[in-house]
Design a protein around this ligand. Structure first.
Ligand SMILES: [Cu+2]
Length: 144
């Protein structure tokens, strides 16, 4: 086998491996892409809604330079629907030790569902530079 055929075979195997990892992430690990909702008017009030035992909905507002609500307490093993919007500029939202990584876009709502298995304090941080107070922009979720 010459070098060209070998390179072609190896790159094909690598592509199949990447594709298999994407399928593994999506179907075995349950990792999904966030949803961006653009056809409804964004909410202008932050809220925490208890839907039932261990089912919550949090409507987050990211505003220079904080997330609202600033602190949320939920019981462990809760499934939480997170909705996020911004009235001013684009922000980013990452919840540490989870898969939550959203953009807060003015005029739109982004959505992701997360389950909190372990108790602890989860910091919510902004990961998109949004102005002079960006580095102080955080809030927290306490799972008990
Ligand atoms: Cu920021």
């Amino acid at each position: 086998m010459n070098a060209e055929k070998l390179a072609l075979s190896l790159s094909s195997i690598l592509l199949l491996l990447f594709f298999a990892l994407i399928l593994y992430g999506a179907y075995v690990r349950g990792i999904d892409l966030p949803t961006c909702i653009t056809n409804v008017k964004p909410f202008d009030k932050d809220t925490v809604i208890k839907i039932s035992e261990n089912r919550y909905e949090i409507r987050y507002i990211a505003r220079q330079f904080s997330f609202f609500p600033m602190e949320v307490k939920i019981p462990k093993n809760s499934i939480v629907d997170i909705y996020l919007t911004s009235p001013d500029v684009t922000h980013g939202m990452q919840i540490e030790n989870t898969n939550v990584n959203l953009m807060a876009i003015p005029g739109a709502i982004t959505y992701y569902r997360v389950k909190f298995d372990k108790p602890g304090e989860y910091r919510v941080v902004c990961h998109e530079y949004c102005g002079l107070g960006h580095q102080n922009m955080m809030s927290k979720i306490i799972v008990y």
